[in-house]
Design a protein around this ligand. Structure first.
Ligand code: 0X9
Ligand code: ZN
Length: 426
């Protein structure tokens, strides 16, 4: 290519990058506070009827619970008139999301200017799927006896989906397993950071955490929803689902956490509408990313003592079941593990976690990964951890807050791992 050709190419590339990035100009964020259970039901009904309104968390009425909702500019007046007519309590938190989204994007890109792959500093930035893979791939060389990377398959857009196994290198085979995944939901950026922090604790801080690897192996998949996660970096910061087209040409993506085959398809906890954020897919496991996570769960099933899925946000340890208000047989054992995590966190930072069955503590979910891990893959303890909120939507902590969030969460994960190991010795 000529010099001019190069320049034109670079300009085109840059403008396409700029054009592709959704800047959330004039998007608004409201905070809603239901006053009683009828307002709670009304809000849930609105959430179902208005897929263009992005409810950023669970709608609950207990303890002055609030929920944020994000809207494109053309929806704002309809929200206000609907809420006024029903006399719902609401307030405008953010009038224009774009400067905030841009500031965060700039902060993250700036933080990565000195990035020297495959080395990454978890506390210094949020990393892309490709950067995380480069880092994972470098670990077996640095820790030949203790780290192994395996690719289990591909995402819909053909990104390699990788899993790291960590052991203490003593050569003992078939130890019980703690299996952790992250980034089932694309926009929950603290989740991959937490998975990476756990990896660094177990590998780089082996001295401090030896007892967690004495009789157990750890299997960690930092990014399940690779395409969705990439999309939140390159195009649309608040994307949740996968990127596979659906039966509706206008709506892309399925919620991996509604796509698993244990009690899949209940309307109370998932949606058949491809435009909704909790769309369950046409069939269980019709998403390649769900198939990969299923295969990992089944491969480790005979040794699976603790399955932990890292999400955000809300400070919850969520236990099965999501699909029914019945409790699983070993519910109390799982509660004891969750309690160990909650106590450890309260003691260390005063952070407060709620814990219990998803159905009661949060809302019904059907086809989620934790229900499958318990119901089909026979995990002894299956849990979803909703890490703390950050930033202005809850999903978007500032880079400067990563350290506080992951170090606090590690206190909980470490305490729960120790409890699992103590209760279920090999
Ligand atoms: O709704 C979800 O998929 C999870 N919450 S999130 O805000 N991260 O989207 C909760 C799923 C919890 N399910 C089980 N623990 N069974
Ligand atoms: Zn989530």
């Amino acid at each position: 290519m000529t010099l001019i050709g190069h320049i034109i190419f670079l300009l085109l590339l840059q403008s396409s990058v700029l054009l592709a990035w959704q800047d959330y100009k004039d998007y608004q964020v409201y905070e809603l506070t239901p006053r009683d259970s009828s307002e709670e039901s009304l809000l849930r009904k609105l959430a179902r009827e208005k897929p263009q309104w992005d409810f950023l968390g669970p709608i609950r009425w207990h303890n002055e619970s609030t929920v944020r909702v994000m809207l494109p500019p053309e929806e704002a007046s309809s929200l206000v008139s609907l809420f006024d007519s029903h006399q719902l309590r609401y307030r405008l938190l953010i009038k224009d999301l774009s400067p905030l989204v841009q500031a965060q994007r700039a902060e993250n890109l700036r933080s990565k200017q000195r990035l020297q792959l495959p080395h990454i500093d978890v506390l210094a930035a949020f990393y892309t799927h490709a950067e995380i893979n480069a880092y994972l791939d470098s670990l077996p060389e640095r820790y030949p006896k203790r780290a192994q990377v395996k690719q289990f398959g591909w995402s819909y857009e053909r990104r390699p989906l990788k899993v790291l196994t960590i052991s203490n290198g003593d050569g003992r085979r078939n130890k019980p397993v703690i299996l952790i995944d992250g980034t089932v939901h694309a926009r929950e950026w603290i989740s991959p950071s937490m998975a990476l922090y756990i990896i660094q604790q177990l590998l780089d801080n082996y001295e401090g955490n030896q007892e967690l690897l004495q009789d157990y192996d750890w299997v960690i998949m930092p990014v399940v929803n690779a395409d969705g996660y990439e999309y939140t970096h390159s195009e649309s910061r608040y994307w949740r689902k996968t990127r596979k087209p659906t039966t509706d040409p206008d709506c892309v993506g399925t919620d991996i956490n509604r796509n698993f085959a244990h009690e899949w398809g209940h309307d109370a906890g998932s949606s058949s509408d491809p435009c909704e954020d909790i769309y369950r897919g046409e069939r269980p496991f019709d998403q390649p990313e769900s198939q990969v996570l299923r295969d990992i769960l089944l491969q480790y099933s005979p040794r699976l003592k603790w399955y932990l899925s890292l999400h955000s946000y809300g400070n919850y340890f969520l236990l099965p079941w999501g699909y029914t208000n019945n409790l699983p047989e070993n519910y109390q054992d799982m509660m004891d593990v969750a309690e160990a995590g909650a106590f450890a966190i309260v003691h260390s930072t005063n952070g407060i976690y709620s814990y219990g069955s998803t159905y009661y503590v949060l809302y019904p979910t059907s086809g989620d990964t934790a229900d499958y891990a318990l119901g089909v893959a026979n995990a002894t303890v299956a849990m979803t951890m909703e890490l703390p909120a950050g930033g202005f939507s809850g999903f978007d902590p500032w880079v400067s807050h990563i350290e506080r969030l992951v170090t606090e969460s590690w206190v909980g994960v470490r305490a729960m791992a120790a409890e699992v190991i103590r209760r279920y010795p090999s």
